[in-house]
Design a protein around this ligand. Structure first.
Ligand SMILES: NC(=O)c1ccc[n+]([C@@H]2O[C@H](COP(=O)([O-])OP(=O)(O)OC[C@H]3O[C@@H](n4cnc5c(N)ncnc54)[C@H](O)[C@@H]3O)[C@@H](O)[C@H]2O)c1
Length: 401
């Protein structure tokens, strides 16, 4: 079991543990008791488990482990199941969820449980933030992306017709419970979606995350100092290793549960550090948007046909290449980033022209006044924020395509 304590406006634990779904009821009760004293035992009789249809069938059924565990801990459990997908991450779903809560007479001391990926977490968290001016909620992530990123940090929200995540609130969960066994039902595209956020964390703050994800033979410290220059085809250089690719059906990290859980914990810890410093994204937290301004634009242009993680990977590659051509990025580093992303199998080609991406990005909430903050990976394990005129965006994107 790995526990990461988050010290934000609300303190909470992220618990990574095989089999934690069967302990969820007890852990939630214990957390309530700690937070509210013995009244925690009496408080929160009602729990609404929110999930999409797929996750509902896999892990959220009436007879399945989670709901059984909640009932055994004395909770009166109802379920709210919605169709899922970005098309349903909207105000209509929020309204339906709020109606469910009023129909089931949820009070301010009851709570919501988000069981699912980032969409379920964002929708549930937002509903929790606004129902009766705010009730408690628990995150139980079931995608890799949700485990390493969206379940931690308290950003919640939904899409508006004009763009992604344009309505929302900062609202921290009481507890995050992740059972790694849920990863076994994720196909490779969904694993890659989460891996994009893990690599993002590594590019932002810690290169050892990249080496752990690659499972390089030299361990977390990466290639030995006397390894041949990047670009060499020797097996002991990073490029040589990347060029060899993987021998099995997919990157080896996905088939190594112990390494995977360590990697997830490292990514969560990076997010913890950043969120603790800047919970409401007035400065350093913007770094977590690496690849996201362009990534969101790609998602929107594709009408959400291209998934979030795949779009973020392409967004990271575009901004790194643009930054390199503008001399904001260490010589050759953008090529390293692209080689690492390609090793995992991301298709980094972008089917949309710069003007279309810039047009969407212009409506992004990251535009303030007429300026936008871009996250530039300037050297390994480090990023900077570049504040540029929003009107320059098209030209900048063009340099990275
Ligand atoms: N709040 C944040 O800080 C934050 C950070 C990053 C991303 N996000 C948001 O997260 C969303 C993307 O998250 P996501 O990729 O998890 O999307 P998602 O919630 O749509 O899940 C992806 C798909 O996986 C299915 N699924 C979930 N768990 C499964 C499992 N264990 N086995 C099989 N299938 C499973 C779901 O039914 C869904 O079809 C985006 O809307 C993005 O904006 C939020």
């Amino acid at each position: 079991m790995i526990t990461i304590h988050i010290n934000a406006s609300k303190e909470y634990d992220v618990i990574l543990k095989a089999g934690v779904l069967s302990e969820a009821g007890r852990l939630i009760r214990e957390d309530l008791s700690k937070r509210y004293g013995t009244t925690g035992i009496l408080r929160s009789r009602r729990v609404c488990v929110v999930c999409d249809e797929t996750v509902g069938d896999l892990y959220g059924g009436e007879q399945q482990t989670l709901i059984t565990s909640l009932r055994e801990a004395g909770f009166d459990v109802s379920r709210f199941v919605f169709p899922g997908g970005e098309d349903h991450k909207n105000m209509e779903t929020i309204e339906r969820l709020l109606d469910h809560l009023t129909e089931h007479r949820f009070s301010r001391t009851d709570l919501l449980v988000a069981l699912g990926g980032g969409i379920t977490g964002d929708v549930t968290g937002f509903a929790a933030a606004i129902y009766l001016r705010g009730i408690d909620f628990i995150q139980i992530p079931t995608t890799l992306l949700a485990a390493v990123d969206s379940s931690v940090g308290g950003k919640t929200g939904v899409n508006l017709p004009a763009g992604k995540n344009l309505a929302g609130a900062f609202w921290q969960p009481n507890l995050v419970l992740f059972d790694p066994s849920v990863l076994t039902t994720l196909g490779q595209p969904l694993l890659l979606d989460g891996m994009a956020e893990i690599l993002k964390a590594g590019f932002i703050a810690d290169s050892t995350v990249i080496y752990s994800a690659l499972m390089v033979p030299w361990g977390e410290d990466g290639p030995p100092e006397d390894a041949p220059d990047p670009g060499s085809s020797s097996d002991s250089s990073l490029y040589g290793f990347l060029r060899m690719g993987w021998s099995g059906p997919r990157p080896p990290i996905f088939d190594n549960p112990e390494e995977m859980i360590r990697l997830i914990a490292k990514a969560v810890d990076i997010k913890r550090r950043i969120v603790e410093e800047d919970e409401r994204e007035s400065g350093q937290r913007k770094l977590l948007n690496l690849g996201h301004t362009i990534g969101h634009a790609i998602e929107k242009c594709s009408r959400y046909d291209i998934s979030h993680g795949a779009a973020v990977a392409t967004g990271i590659a575009i901004i790194a290449k643009a930054g390199q051509s503008l001399d904001w990025v260490r010589e050759g580093y953008a090529d390293d980033i692209c080689a690492i992303l390609e090793y995992f199998g991301y298709d980094l080609s972008c089917p949309y022209p710069a003007f279309a991406l810039a047009d969407v990005a212009y409506n992004d909430k990251k535009v303030q006044g007429n300026r936008i903050s871009l996250v530039i990976p300037d050297y390994p394990g480090h990023c900077i924020l570049k504040d540029v005129p929003a009107l320059d965006l098209e030209n900048i994107i063009q340099q990275g395509l």
